[in-house]
Design a protein around this ligand. Structure first.
Ligand SMILES: CSC[C@H]1O[C@@H](n2cnc3c(O)ncnc32)[C@H](O)[C@@H]1O
Ligand SMILES: [Zn+2]
Length: 441
């Protein structure tokens, strides 16, 4: 197959560290970017090549949601205004004990539609019944790093832990060569996984050269529990167990000391910053400027849509930048460029997709376009500023993964969005019925 075409638009922002191109074009061949530059030049170099013109649009590298639990769309709005441990143990875990594969599947499809509308081409997911998320990803065409969430107690997905570990190994083998799916190993947290479990997880990840993804140092409570149980803080705990290395991707990292920041930097651990979930659960604000200054690789995630409560990574960029500026009374910290890097290239690297996150020759044609014929996106002084500080989900008109259109002119092409909403609404009614039978506290 030799599918070759030019994709043109009023603006192209190729990467966090590149200048925008006005009246630009990309040459896309077999799902990859071959070249890019001013439209006139590319058309002259490739006469007769078909041109798809997006017109008044801004093309940017597809965003990368570096931490979520996509299927939790089905629980959006179920329990709000609670701290993490109460939210999890008294509300979410009890309702998750009734989880079924179909719920996870439809929840993931809804999440994928929502992420496409926010310009997300790739996401990192840890959840229960993950094979159903994999099915949704395969059908809808997104790119993803996916893993079955593991904890010591029995899971409604796989039953006893041993089965969860076996499932993880099976998935690692089956999807080894998949072009869009990376299987990752996902122990939930240090308060739900024993040291023995974490050692087994490490062995599996080493055997398959896989990424390990875990919630870490999310709250003061977690640090306190870890100190009481093991006599050390979560970062030191993982160091003792041999997990601190460049294959480790941790979510949150809100509670870090200076020494821990240095240790994460020197061992090559990557962090998924989830500011809106951390704010909503009252967990705190991660020290992102200090981490970046120390050389920690920081990406951006939404966390699950039941603790955020959306999957809008465009707005997440804005929140990430604004909270640091406000907290420090310094508007120069965490500039737009740095936040855009977190939501693109840094996420791609953390999830094992080294040729994503930039629009450059040799990179995947994973991209999205903002509709510039939008009142709140007018005028265009600076495309980067527009993306980070003004754009919201719903203003993305087109999205492509590996050169394949998943959304065109605001219409999702690879699956039925309305059917997905209907199915999730029915699932929500089932959940409400369950809660009426067995009310949560
Ligand atoms: C084992 S599958 C994933 C597991 O994580 C739960 N979860 C969702 N959000 C958070 C969070 O912010 N911190 C810790 N755990 C979280 C989710 O409900 C699943 O049970
Ligand atoms: Zn999470």
């Amino acid at each position: 197959m030799d599918k070759k075409f030019l994709l043109a638009a009023k603006w192209i922002l190729p990467a966090w560290d590149r200048e925008p191109i006005k009246d630009g074009a990309l040459l896309i061949r077999d799902g990859k970017i071959e070249s890019l530059g001013p439209r006139e030049e590319l058309v002259a170099q490739h006469p007769g090549l078909p041109v798809e013109d997006l017109g008044e649009a801004l093309i940017f590298p597809g965003l990368i949601n570096a931490h979520t639990h996509a299927s939790m769309t089905i629980f959006r709005g179920l329990a709000d205004d609670l701290p993490l441990m109460t939210w999890l143990q008294e509300y979410i875990f009890p309702v998750e004990s009734h989880l079924k594969g179909e719920w996870v599947y439809w929840g993931a499809r809804l999440a994928i539609a929502e992420m496409i509308r926010a310009g997300v081409t790739c996401f990192c997911d840890m959840y229960l019944f993950e094979p159903w998320v994999i099915r949704a990803v395969e059908e809808t065409g997104l790119r993803a790093a996916l893993g079955e969430g593991l904890f010591d107690f029995p899971s409604p997905g796989y039953g006893p832990l041993e089965k969860g570990l076996a499932l993880t190994e099976d998935l690692l083998q089956s999807y080894e060569k998949h072009p869009r799916i990376n299987i990752i190993v996902c122990p939930h947290a240090v308060y739900t996984c024993s040291p023995e479990t974490l050692k087994k997880v490490r062995e599996i990840a080493e055997r398959h050269e896989a990424i390990i993804h875990i919630h870490l140092s999310e709250t003061e409570d977690e640090v306190q529990q870890c100190l009481e149980r093991y006599g050390r803080r979560p970062v030191a705990h993982l160091r003792e167990l041999g997990l601190l290395n460049k294959s480790l991707h941790i979510a949150h990292a809100v509670e870090l000391t200076e020494e821990e920041i240095e240790l994460l930097a020197s061992t090559g651990v990557s962090v998924a910053h989830c500011p809106e979930s951390n704010l909503k659960l009252g967990s705190g604000v991660a020290r992102i400027p200090e981490m970046i200054a120390a050389g920690v690789k920081v990406s951006l995630g939404t966390d699950g849509p039941a603790s955020n409560n959306d999957l809008d990574l465009l707005s997440e960029m804005r929140t990430a930048a604004l909270i640091q500026k406000g907290l420090r009374r310094d508007p120069t910290v965490l500039p737009a460029k740095e936040v855009f890097r977190m939501a693109t290239e840094a996420g791609a690297r953390a999830l094992g997709f080294p040729h994503c996150g930039r629009l450059e020759p040799g990179y995947q044609a994973d991209l999205a376009a903002l509709d510039l014929e939008t009142t709140s996106l007018t005028p265009v002084h600076d495309p980067l500023s527009l993306l980070v500080y003004s754009a919201r989900a719903g203003e993305v008109s087109d999205l492509m993964v590996e050169g394949r259109w998943l959304m065109r002119e605001g219409r999702i092409l690879t699956f039925d969005e309305k059917e997905t909403r209907t199915q999730v609404t029915l699932i929500a009614e089932e959940i409400q019925a369950l809660l009426r039978e067995r009310p949560t506290p």
